[in-house]
Ligand binder design. Structure first.
Ligand SMILES: Cc1ncc(C[n+]2csc(CCOP(=O)(O)OP(=O)(O)O)c2C)c(N)n1
Ligand SMILES: CC(=O)[C@@H](O)[C@H](O)COP(=O)(O)O
Ligand SMILES: [Mg+2]
Length: 642
């Protein structure tokens, strides 16, 4: 490592020449490649902003000057340049550095991001605070072309233009969201990239020349167009100019001298400035350049070949959902599939290939996706909105008012439910039971395994109302998956095992762990009933009341925060049913933001492993322990730890 090892803070790069900065760029790319090929992570986004980040830290003075990274998945270069080079190998590992900007991690991470399209709002907030407090610093938001399709970005552009705030928005345009970018904004940016000044001027001049001999309205129109083309000629970023921004660009986002020169110019301008830079996602690593969608967020891979190291194992919940929906769509023409810029992640890409006319990618616009789906459903279609649990949080109001209040039969396919692992607190889907359960008319289901997910999707589509099916990230349990579809009894749980000392009522990803807890407790002479709750709402009231009346202790288990989750619903039911004899323990995610790391490690850390749960049960209920060898009772399901 040549010059890079001398850089421990951003100011250290200011002494280097442009040639040396290009050398440093090479070293940074190599470090990112060597690290992410081992840890996994957001490779292509970060490779695409190496020169941009170097130029930014060359011209600005972080952390006094505030740089906000939209989504923040592209912040690896920023982290390497701001004192985290040596610990960069701990990227996304438990106890290591986060894959996203994190205030607790560094003063240079001025705003925690992870969800898209927030950077301009944050930048405007910092700019307003600066002006109100009489402080002196620059503010920069770096936002991608994908994130620019998010509604919040427009809200902030609108407000910043209105205020005339001194700030810089850098639009990092690489023509990609996670997949190909979509929307009218993306097309507009393509035109800007294609240097419309030339094309626009040429068309208009030809148009005018052809018409000169004519008289009357044609000449008037011609004059109008000349005016327009002059406007376009002088200000290609007219959309941003009309919002009050000075538009600069488009410039080459890999040319450090050019970027630095334009950044210096931008610093001198008053009011909001938008600098449009063109970058290549995955720059410097051929496999990522050729396939930026695959290398957007990538698992560990072989550096030499770009082959991603796959863990053979059970079908993923995502693929089971995708196959089930695509099969059902064959028979039911009403089914429409909607994603918010994540066709690959939600598994809808295969649906899109088979039914392009019944598929929508709305861009990073979860709120719009939900409300559009509601109107579709009210007209008789069966829209299926596939959005990760954490990103669906953004559309809470739309779910409540635009879907549930009007009883629109929208199916929410909620992927990444529960802990997601290395993406950390901005991405764990551990709040959805709580943010959905209290909405009148909403039904919430969670399958115990991938086989049940298939039947839940089918059952949910037969239900004439708002319904959510929530399932985890990654591989299923490894059970056989039937070919048919079974209608599950609505609102009913499933008794998996019987015992008289205590009853465990588990939902979703905690059902198989509950069976393991049962095994562990048997060795202590404690016999458990285990129930697969299946429905977070409506609860199986009859079964729960019966369990409470026939067992001295009741345990609920869920991979959701305890507050307001499934267990809370059970407690409300017992209280409202006047049942107070039974002792209850709610097991779930504690009242904290769970950090990043492998899921197994995180579960160990927050007491969500079967062993830790069994310990909590014994101590909570002060159950007498007898060392017994339980009779060999085969589990109804072979639960595989893993
Ligand atoms: C609200 C929200 N929805 C979805 C995502 C998932 N997501 C992460 S990055 C990304 C695409 C971002 O594209 P762009 O801003 O162009 O950045 P690039 O990866 O191209 O650098 C998406 C959809 C998210 N982080 N936040
Ligand atoms: C940065 C971002 O929000 C996405 O790239 C997200 O990390 C994808 O998550 P999965 O890897 O679970 O699809
Ligand atoms: Mg992009």
């Amino acid at each position: 490592m040549g010059l890079l090892k001398e850089i421990n803070k951003p100011q250290d790069i200011k002494k280097y020449s442009m040639e040396q900065l290009n050398e440093i760029a090479k070293e940074i790319r190599q470090l990112i490649l060597e690290t992410v090929s081992v840890t996994g992570g957001h490779l292509a986004p970060s490779l695409g902003v190496v020169e941009l980040t170097l130029a930014l830290h060359y011209v600005y003075n972080s952390p006094q000057d505030k740089i906000v990274w939209d989504v923040g998945h592209q912040s690896y270069v920023h982290k390497i340049l701001t004192g985290r080079r040596e610990e960069f190998s701990t990227l996304r590992q438990y106890g290591g550095i986060s894959g996203f900007p994190k205030r607790e991690e560094s003063a240079h991470d001025v705003f925690a991001t992870g969800h898209s399209s927030t950077s301009i709002s944050a930048a405007l907030g910092f700019a307003q605070a600066r002006d109100k407090l009489g402080l002196d610093y620059e503010v920069v938001a770096v936002i991608g072309d994908g994130a620019m399709t998010g509604g919040m970005a427009f809200e902030a552009l609108n407000h910043a233009g209105h205020l005339g705030a001194d700030l810089l928005v850098i639009l990092n345009d690489n023509e990609m969201s996670i997949d190909q970018n979509v929307g009218a904004m993306s097309s507009y940016l393509s035109r800007l990239r294609a240097d419309p000044m030339y094309t626009k001027r040429k068309e208009d001049i030809e148009y005018i020349l052809k018409k000169v001999p004519a008289i009357g309205s044609t000449v008037v129109k011609a004059v109008e167009r000349v005016k327009d083309s002059l406007k376009y000629l002088l200000v290609p970023g007219i959309l941003f100019e009309e919002l009050g921004f000075t538009y600069l660009g488009p410039i080459d986002g890999h040319n450090i001298p050019e970027i630095s020169m334009v950044l210096r110019k931008a610093k001198k301008l008053k009011g909001p400035v938008l600098l449009h830079v063109i970058t290549q996602k995955g720059r410097g690593y051929e496999p990522a350049v050729c396939n930026p969608a695959v290398f957007h967020g990538v698992a560990p891979f072989q550096l030499k070949t770009g082959c991603i190291i796959k863990n053979p194992g059970p079908s993923s919940y995502t693929s089971v959902f995708s196959e089930a929906l695509t099969e059902l769509a064959e028979k039911d023409q009403r089914i429409i599939a909607i994603t918010a810029a994540m066709p690959e992640g939600t598994g809808l890409n295969s649906f899109a290939k088979k039914y392009p006319q019944r598929f929508y990618d709305v861009g990073i616009a979860e709120q719009h996706a939900v409300t559009m789906a509601s109107a579709m459903a009210l007209e008789g279609l069966r829209p299926v909105v596939a959005i990760y649990s954490t990103f669906l949080q953004r559309a809470y109001d739309q779910i409540l008012h635009d879907v549930c209040l009007q009883k629109a039969p929208v199916l929410f396919a909620i992927d990444r439910g529960g802990l997601v692992g290395e993406d950390g607190p901005t991405h764990h889907g551990v709040f959805d039971y709580s943010y959905l359960r209290h909405i009148p008319g909403m039904a919430v289901l969670a399958p115990k395994d991938e086989e049940e997910l298939r039947h839940m999707i089918y059952t949910a589509l037969q239900y004439d109302g708002p319904v959510a099916v929530r399932y985890p990230r990654g591989a299923g349990i490894g059970v056989d998956i039937s070919e048919d579809f079974r209608l599950l009894p609505w609102g009913k749980g499933e008794v998996l095992a019987k015992g008289d000392n205590l009853a465990i009522l588990a939902v979703g990803s905690m059902v198989y762990p509950a069976l393991t807890v049962k095994k562990i407790l048997e060795y202590k002479g404690i016999r458990c009933t285990v129930v697969n709750g299946r429905f977070i709402k409506p609860l199986d009231q009859e079964l729960i009341v019966e369990l409470a009346q026939t067992h001295p202790c009741l345990v609920t288990m869920e991979e959701n925060v305890i507050a307001g989750g499934f267990g809370s619903g059970v407690l409300e039911l017992l209280t409202n049913s006047g049942i107070n004899g039974v002792k209850v323990l709610n097991i779930g995610v504690p009242d904290q933001f769970v950090t990043h790391g492998k899921v197994d490690i995180l579960k160990e850390a927050i007491g969500l492993t079967p062993e830790k749960i069994a310990e909590q049960i014994v101590s909570h209920f002060a159950l007498p322990e007898q060392k017994v060898k339980p009779q060999k009772v085969p589990l109804t399901f072979a639960y595989k730890q893993g």
